[in-house]
Design a binder for this molecule. Structure first.
Ligand SMILES: Cc1cc2nc3c(=O)[nH]c(=O)nc-3n(C[C@H](O)[C@H](O)[C@H](O)COP(=O)(O)O)c2cc1C
Length: 232
């Protein structure tokens, strides 16, 4: 089922887009997609902020050092410390910076090559650390799904795969990619209240001719045009 939305800001203004990107090679096809997308979205009058996770050397692991102040010192309970840091404003600097970008954004784009049919660790770590309890959802007040704390914002994944499309089809070797990614689209994004757009998929991206690469860049640009039309 394909859902294409035209997205308009309620006040009729341009969109604030946070582009979260995870690829270790600046000369990769993924990096070309990201460069084109940011240029194009800005040309259309949108504001874009980039979190280039490898470029930033983003710390991917949630641990004690995420908290400037501890609620409980004798043992580490991640949810408890996240809740406390959300109230006290005592997350580490790198988390606060990313949270400010999320607060600012109307639309979040998560762009990555698929690794073992999921996100690369660096992007999963961004979610673990930034979509924290007390900021993106609240387990005490039951703020998730319809009541998720990021309600009102939208999200989309942009994913390249090494495998060809038939591997990720119903009955294919890996199985239906939409179903496999549901733990992200539903259990992560919708869980925190985000409205989820269809994933933009580029299959067989590991071995593309220059011609196919150019076609895929054009297809991605056209997808962006459907999401952020210029006639707003
Ligand atoms: C650690 C790792 C795991 C991968 N797992 C998958 C996978 O599960 N499915 C798949 O189709 N491709 C997988 N790939 C291939 C990448 O998704 C593919 O190379 C990428 O999408 C194409 O972009 P790139 O060549 O610029 O990295 C994996 C690659 C790496 C490095």
């Amino acid at each position: 089922m394909t859902k294409y939305y035209k997205i308009k800001k309620i006040d009729g203004g341009n969109m604030n887009i946070l582009y979260i990107f995870a690829h270790p090679e600046p000369k990769s096809f993924n990096s070309s997609m990201k460069e084109m997308a940011i240029r194009h979205l800005k040309e259309q009058g949108n504001e874009v902020k980039l979190s280039d996770l490898h470029g930033m050397r983003f710390k991917p692991v949630l641990d004690q050092s995420d908290f400037l102040q501890r609620r409980k010192n004798d043992s580490f309970n991640a949810f408890l410390e996240q809740m406390n840091a959300s109230i006290e404003g005592t997350f580490s600097e790198d988390i606060i910076t990313e949270m400010e970008k999320v607060k600012w954004a109307d639309f979040l784009i998560f762009h990555f090559p698929i690794y073992f049919t999921g996100m690369p660790a660096i992007m999963k770590g961004w979610i673990d650390r930034v979509f924290s309890a007390g900021f993106a959802f609240n387990p005490i007040k039951q703020n998730f799904y319809e009541e998720g704390l990021l309600k009102g914002k939208k999200a989309m994944m942009v994913i390249t795969t090494g495998a060809e499309e038939e591997w990720y089809s119903k009955g294919g070797k890996h199985g239906d990619i939409e179903e496999l990614l549901r733990y992200i689209t539903h259990c992560t994004f919708e869980y925190v209240g985000l409205e989820v757009m269809d994933t933009h998929l580029t299959f067989g991206a590991g071995k593309m001719s220059e011609q196919r690469g150019n076609e895929e860049l054009k297809r991605y640009q056209e997808r962006l045009n459907t999401l952020f039309p210029q006639d707003r």
